[in-house]
Design a protein around this ligand. Structure first.
Ligand code: GLN
Length: 190
């Protein structure tokens, strides 16, 4: 669990509830000790800056390249996107998902809202998704695939290999299926 900034506690609690052994990652040696990485929501420009200050940007990029399973929500999705629009000047991402995301893409009135998403890969019950100044996936490249979209077609969840990226926050609506999917990927690889 990347613990530089953002809603770390909510993710850690959810993961622990699913039986995962959660390590808070703030330095490279802690990254070496984990088999998967969750990147929380928060503020992507801050997570970017702190990851460079703490010497984590390069190790995380290497972990992505080595196929470490990852789950990024909201700011975490921005950090995992290969291309980011409306970033602040000089803002960088780790990359890993062949997508273009736009930061703060929902208009003012829609900065925060909840939506129900049908996710074919999950079958069953719709996902209750909380959006909080979230990004939208504007383009999905050939290496990535769409997992969910809003009724108007805007893509809000993507996957590429073991990497999952969500525009919304499942950790605050009690939605566990994305974290389970991430943990399945971690266990499959271990
Ligand atoms: N707007 C934030 C960003 O650009 C993301 C918001 C969130 O993670 N809830 O990083």
């Amino acid at each position: 669990m990347l613990a530089l900034q953002g809603d770390v506690r909510e993710h850690a609690a959810l993961l622990a509830g699913l039986g995962a052994d959660v390590t808070l990652v703030r330095r490279p040696s802690e990254l070496d000790a984990v088999d998967g990485l969750v990147i929380p929501g928060g503020e992507s420009s801050v997570i970017d800056k702190l990851s460079r200050i703490f010497g984590l940007q390069r190790p995380i990029r290497e972990a992505v390249a080595n196929g470490m399973p990852m789950l990024g929500t909201c700011a975490g999705l921005i950090m995992l996107a290969d291309r980011v629009t409306d970033a602040i000047e000089g803002q960088e991402s780790f990359g890993g998902l062949d997508v273009t995301v736009r930061r703060n893409a929902f208009g003012r009135q829609l900065e925060s809202f909840e939506a129900e998403l049908e996710i074919p890969a999950f079958g069953g019950e719709a996902v209750k998704a909380a959006f909080i100044r979230g990004p939208v996936v504007e383009q999905v490249g050939p290496a990535a695939s769409e997992l969910a979209s809003l009724p108007d077609g805007r893509v809000v969840a993507v996957e590429q290999g073991g990497i999952l990226g969500l525009s919304f926050h499942p950790e605050i609506t009690g939605e566990t299926r994305f974290h389970r999917r991430f943990l399945d990927g971690v266990r499959a690889r271990a």
